[in-house]
Design a protein around this ligand. Structure first.
Ligand code: GLN
Length: 285
């Protein structure tokens, strides 16, 4: 006998939804959405499998499950994603921060001593993930987070307020346009780097993300070329540029950087062991 939908306990709500969702992690997705609706940590669901959520909560949850079944990313449904252990608000105006981007943060921190006063710029900051993680870890650094999207900057600034960070500022502009005439000790960026014809743009969560934050021309290298060209005049002598890129772009990225006169070009792997972040030094003249 079928029970009325609003008398289902947590256990059943999760089991049914996990079957409805077609993703890599249906059970986890259902747990995150139910925990969000109940405003509890996921551990609550395991501790109280027989609890029957209120009818209004069940209705909200079922709507979210339908949207997830239609492909919408969990992070856009909850409006949040953790990055570098920081809770961040995300919207459809920003990419959803990826675990592999933590490699860029880790690389930046390796080059910034704990008491560093460096001036750091993050180009194309989106939700602010990279800039906020650096500002959070290095309180004496001053970070400028840039984006040409006013909507993304508003999300990033909201995240900075939420995290109570005051060593970060926001500037609007396309790549180096937001750096005015100034020079920085470190410029970081996770630019768009997917090739326009890449099949993975038609699958999963990326279908719902801002395409101009993902796609960069036929080879996915257009924005990396633009940044390589403009960043040199905004880097102090011997300052560093760090770029995230695709796992198969190590060689073309190194070539682009060498062609622009950068030196000490080194590529770091992400936690999955794939080429992900290239670091180089402004050569001086
Ligand atoms: N790593 C992301 C992906 O493969 C791409 C992010 C980006 O283009 N900067 O979906």
């Amino acid at each position: 006998m079928n029970k009325a939908p609003d008398t289902s306990p947590i256990r059943e709500l999760l089991d049914q939804a996990a079957q409805r969702i077609d993703s890599d992690s249906p059970r986890l997705d259902a747990e995150v959405l139910l925990a969000h609706v109940l405003d509890k940590p996921r551990s609550h669901l395991l501790a109280w499998p027989d609890r029957i959520p209120e009818a209004a909560q069940q209705a909200r949850y079922r709507k979210l499950i339908e949207r997830r079944a239609g492909g919408e990313p969990v992070a856009y449904l909850t409006g949040e994603r953790e990055f570098w252990s920081l809770p961040l608000t995300v919207t459809q105006d920003t990419l959803i921060p990826r675990p592999e981007t933590e490699t860029l943060v880790a690389t930046a921190l390796e080059h910034l001593p704990a008491d560093s006063h460096a001036r750091v710029a993050d180009l194309g900051t989106g939700s602010g993930a990279i800039a906020l993680a650096i500002a959070h870890e290095r309180r004496a650094c001053h970070v400028r987070a840039c984006d040409r999207s006013a909507a993304a900057l508003a999300v990033a600034a909201g995240n900075a307020r939420q995290l109570q960070l005051d060593n970060i500022e926001f500037a609007s502009g396309d790549w180096c346009a937001a750096l005015a005439g100034e020079c920085f000790d470190l410029i970081v960026s996770n630019p768009p780097y997917i090739a326009a014809a890449d099949e993975h743009l038609a699958c999963g969560d990326v279908r719902f993300e801002p395409q101009d934050a993902l796609v960069a021309g036929d080879e996915g290298l257009d924005d990396i070329r633009r940044i390589a060209a403009c960043a040199r005049s905004h880097l102090c002598d011997n300052a560093l540029l760090m770029l995230e890129h695709g796992f198969d772009q190590r060689e073309p990225v190194a070539r682009i950087l060498a062609d622009h006169g950068y030196r000490d070009i080194v590529c770091n792997n992400d936690l999955a062991g794939r080429a992900r972040v290239t670091v180089c030094r402004n050569g001086g003249d």
